[in-house]
Design a protein around this ligand. Structure first.
Ligand SMILES: O=C(O)CCC(=O)C(=O)O
Ligand SMILES: [Fe+2]
Length: 315
């Protein structure tokens, strides 16, 4: 009476994802209702495989490099290189590692930051990206299965590329904004996020409540659907607004593995029928990223994916 239980982001155990039947439907349901879920991997990953503390320690070393080195992280794709010194987001600095699941991708980033090499950084980041990409692929495959369109998984998978973005948010000084990152939806297909010790990420529910994300264990990740997944699913999957709010006086480090498709994404015909009319035209995923960059409306909550490739309904 008088007590309304707060909705919570679903938590799924990776062991269950490997062993239990029916889990694909749970994963799909979480992505449809919340656009995200937490996956706990503690009993599946050994510290030899990926050492989370070492991974986050290596980020500190990276962000401590001089600014003139960090700005060498450039890319011809929007949001794939160094991002920082943004007047309305003074707390955030971020670097992008393209093709993060290939040794070559991580090596080329490492060499641009440390011209004489940094074997430990390269090894740690590559192991992290490989491991997290396996979780991502498992989730994507499960959702395709749950929708009965598993036949598209393999060809989709062949066109996937991974961007690893690493973020540092410093604590605000007096009178500064607490917003580490403004409310936005991801432009990826799937994003897998993790943080170390310092909280700050919040996700908006469909009924407009901000839920703080509490990672239950160090080996937990937040699996989140991006706009491309929402469009592919003909609006079944939700891509949630989220933001980072900095309280306290410690720096926050986080990592995101973002899945992009190197070509055209189309809604599977099986997901279109009389009750689910086609809502999106086929679209070029990186074209969407460029559109978002140029559209530059990212201060507002607004459906960029609808304005990029949404089917206009006329009555
Ligand atoms: O720092 C985080 O936990 C979230 C970052 C984020 O939302 C993004 O990079 O798109
Ligand atoms: Fe995001």
């Amino acid at each position: 009476m008088g007590f309304v239980a707060q909705p919570n982001i679903p938590v799924i155990n990776m062991v269950d994802m490997k062993q239990k039947t029916g889990i694909s439907d749970q994963v799909r349901h979480a992505l449809e209702e919340y656009g995200c879920f937490l996956v706990v991997c503690d009993h599946v990953i050994s510290e030899e495989e990926v050492n989370i503390k070492e991974t986050f320690d290596s980020l500190k070393t990276l962000f401590d490099l001089p600014m003139e080195t960090k700005v060498k992280n450039t890319s011809d794709k929007a949001y794939h290189g160094y991002v920082g010194q943004i007047p309305f987001l003074p707390l955030l600095e971020s670097l992008g590692i393209e093709h993060a699941t290939s040794v070559h991708g991580v090596k080329s980033f490492t060499n641009s930051m440390w011209p004489s090499g940094n074997h430990n950084f390269c090894k740690t980041i590559h192991s992290y990206a490989k491991l997290v990409s396996k979780i991502e692929e498992t989730v994507r495959k499960m959702v395709f299965e749950s929708y009965g369109v598993q036949k598209y998984h393999e060809s989709f998978n062949e066109s996937v590329t991974y961007l690893l973005r690493v973020m540092k948010y410093r604590p605000p000084i007096a009178n500064e904004t607490k917003m580490g990152s403004i409310s936005h939806t991801d432009k990826s297909f799937i994003s897998i996020l993790s943080q170390h010790q310092v909280k700050g990420l919040e996700v908006k529910t469909k009924d407009n409540k901000w839920l703080p994300i509490d990672y239950p264990t160090p080996f937990s990740f937040l699996v989140m659907a991006g706009d491309a997944f929402k469009a592919w699913s003909n609006d079944r999957v939700h891509s949630p607004y989220h933001r980072v709010v900095m309280n306290g006086d410690e720096c926050r480090y986080s990592i995101g593995l973002f899945t992009y498709h190197k070509g055209i994404i189309s809604v599977p015909e099986e997901l279109v029928d009389d009750e689910h009319l086609r809502k999106y035209k086929s679209f070029d995923h990186f074209g969407y990223l460029d559109f978002y960059d140029k559209d530059s409306l990212f201060e507002q909550e607004y459906s960029h994916i609808k304005s990029f490739c949404g089917v206009r309904v006329t009555y």
